[in-house]
Design a protein. Sequence first.
Length: 242
Amino acid sequence: MDVKKAVTEKVTLFKESYKPEVVAFDESNLMISQYIDHTNLKPTATSDEIKNLCKEALEYGFKGVCINPSYVPLVSSMLKGSSTLTVTVIGFPLGVTSTESKVYETKWAVENGADEVDMVIHVGKLKECDYEYVYNDIKAVVSASKVPVKVIIETCYLSDEEKIAACVLSKLAGAKFVKTSTGFGTSGAKFEDVQLMRWAVDGEIEVKASGGIKTYEDAIKMISAGATRIGTSSGVSIILKK
C-alpha cells in the first residue's frame, strides 16, 4: 500500500477545496451520556478513585470508563454485565515506545478485559514524514487488539497537514477512531481540529474529542464538529450541566 501517496493526495485536496462542516443533530433527543468515556488517567489515581469512576459510569450510563492499563482487570470486573465499556490506553502518553511494546501492552489489556484501546502515535516519526513507520505501528496494534482501536494523534503538536496525514494513516491501518489528544500535551480538543479530522477520514471512521472538555457546552460543541465520542474526567458535571 502506497501510504505516502494517499497522504499526499488528501493534503492536496485539503489545500484546494477543504470546507469545514458543522454536524446537525437534535439536541433535545441527544443521549449525551452515550458519547462519554468517563476518564481518569492521572498517575496518582488510586484503586478507590477508579472504583468511584466505575460507580459513576454505571449510575449515569456512560459509554465507557477510560483508565490506565494496570486498572483494566479492576474496571472490567466492576463493569461486568453492564453495557459500559472498559477502555484503556496504549503507549501512553508519549507514544514513543517501540511497536513491540505497544503490541504486548495491547494483548495484555485485551486479555484482561479491555473492550477498546486508545493508542498514541509516534509523533516524531509522523513529523519526519516516516509514514510507513506510523502506519505499521498502528497496524500492528490493530492486528493485535481484536477490539476497536482509537488512535491518539496529539493535535497540539501538529500542523493541519500533519493532522491529515495521521488521520489518513489511521484509517488505512484499520483503526475505528481517530482521537485528538492525550490530555497531557500543551492543549486539548479544538472545534476546528475535530472538523478537520472528520473530513480527513471521509466520515468512514469516528472521531473522539478529548482534553479540556469540562462543560455540557464544550461537549455539545465537539459533537457539532463531528465527534462521536467524548473523553473527559468531567462526565458527571456535563450530565448535570453544572
